[in-house]
Write a protein that binds this ligand. Structure first.
Ligand SMILES: C[S@@+](CC[C@H](N)C(=O)[O-])C[C@H]1O[C@@H](n2cnc3c(N)ncnc32)[C@H](O)[C@@H]1O
Length: 277
């Protein structure tokens, strides 16, 4: 089959509400063609002739595998190392020194960080690089890894491999790229073991009503994820982040995203950076 597959209004609205219900992703009318382009390869590979057939297949059996394939095809996984670098400057110069001070007073060596919507791993790996730079050899004495979660199995697999093309790495400060990457095939680079061993990747849907964490986080990164959600889903997510983080902890969101501070859960610190109340 060539060209773009046709999708009727009814097919589009049905798929759109299923995606909204399961993943929180709000597909706007103007993204209709993008949705078709992203899904048609999957449909063709599985022999579906129409979106109706595919939709019926999805709802007939609510097996997670079918939904995983769907989200793998439609999610936007764009990311790169040191994206929105002001966050990382702030992390190194302000947040980590502050947390270390606080934790020392408590006799604790824990720093719990969550990269929620980590995509292909550039964000959590950037955080670990900065922690290694910040702590130096003392890093081994801290319990300070990163939990990195995403809904997309495909993105997580790529993250765990840790192999990147040069364009993903171009914002890594000189010196750090030599230190933390090794050469891989086809001019690509692979993240080194030390960095990789300090990130735990897990599949997690941010739409879950509650998050399964026993201990609270000191820092949460959830950047360029809420942009795809509607206001209600964003508000719910902020409340859930609040529930799983410590008072005085930090929340970083994408620079094109906003957080409503009127509900007294978080206070503004600097652009796209908030402190939990
Ligand atoms: C554009 S990437 C952001 C990556 C990284 N945080 C950054 O800023 O570079 C957005 C990620 O959010 C993930 N995502 C979308 N909906 C999600 C959901 N309901 N639960 C978990 N992750 C989700 C997507 O799979 C995608 O990998």
């Amino acid at each position: 089959m060539s060209g773009i597959m046709k999708i009727s209004d009814k097919e589009f609205y049905s798929l759109r509400s299923l995606i909204l219900e399961h993943f929180g992703i709000n597909i706007q009318e103007q993204k209709r063609t993008l949705l078709v382009v992203r899904l048609q390869k999957l449909l063709q590979a599985q022999g579906f002739k129409t979106f109706r057939e595919y939709y019926n297949y999805l709802i007939r059996d609510s097996s997670p595998d079918r939904l995983h394939e769907l989200i793998d095809s439609i999610s936007t996984n764009f990311s790169f190392f040191f994206r929105e670098h002001k966050h990382f400057d702030y992390l190194s110069k302000t947040v980590l020194p502050l947390l270390v001070e606080r934790q020392k007073k408590r006799n604790s060596k824990n720093i719990r960080i969550w990269s929620a919507g980590c995509s292909t791993g550039e964000e959590p790996y950037t955080i670990v690089m900065l922690m290694l730079e910040f702590f130096g050899i003392e890093y081994a004495m801290w319990n300070a890894g990163v939990l990195a979660t995403d809904i997309s199995t495909r993105a997580l697999k790529k993250a765990m491999k840790g192999i990147y093309s040069q364009d993903k790495i171009r914002h890594v400060p000189a010196g750090l790229n030599k230190k933390f990457f090794n050469k891989a095939d086809e001019g690509k680079l692979v993240i080194n073991e030390t960095i990789r061993n300090n990130v735990t990747f897990r599949r997690l849907n941010l739409m879950k009503p509650t998050f399964p964490f026993k201990k609270k986080f000191h820092i949460i990164f959830c950047r360029n994820v809420m942009i795809y959600f509607n206001q209600q889903t964003r508000n719910d997510l902020i409340r859930k982040f609040h529930n799983v983080s410590k008072p005085g902890s930090f929340l970083f969101i994408g620079h094109s995203e906003t957080l409503d501070t009127s509900r007294n859960l978080y206070k503004y610190v600097m652009p796209a950076t908030y402190m939990r109340i």
